[in-house]
Design a protein. Sequence first.
Length: 128
Amino acid sequence: MYTVPDLAPEWQAVWIMISYNLFCSFAYTIYNMSHNMMVPLSTHNSSQRGLLAVFNNVANVMVTGIFVALLFPMLILPMMGSKEVWIGVMSVICIAMFPVMLLEYYFTKERVSEELQTARPVKVPYVA
């Protein structure tokens, strides 16, 4: 995703268009949808859900706004002089993030379904 093969500029544009659209339509959607669904599945309490949603959105904005838009171009990008260095840095970032995503996957619980299993059934009177 973060490399472009050495082709003619037209074919590089085609490569970028296809890979970007595949990423946005499949990979990002799958990750982002499951990541954002953790908020409503964490609790029934609406104030806790609101607080979790705020923290989730703040974290997303901070990562994209501070790291991607400010720190990366100012600190890391000037040190990269070649395509090989770029590939190496991005590979290190991907390898470092893989265990973090696995931790999130394996240690996230759907607490709403646990609450439903332990709750007593509510009897609603039938009124004819």
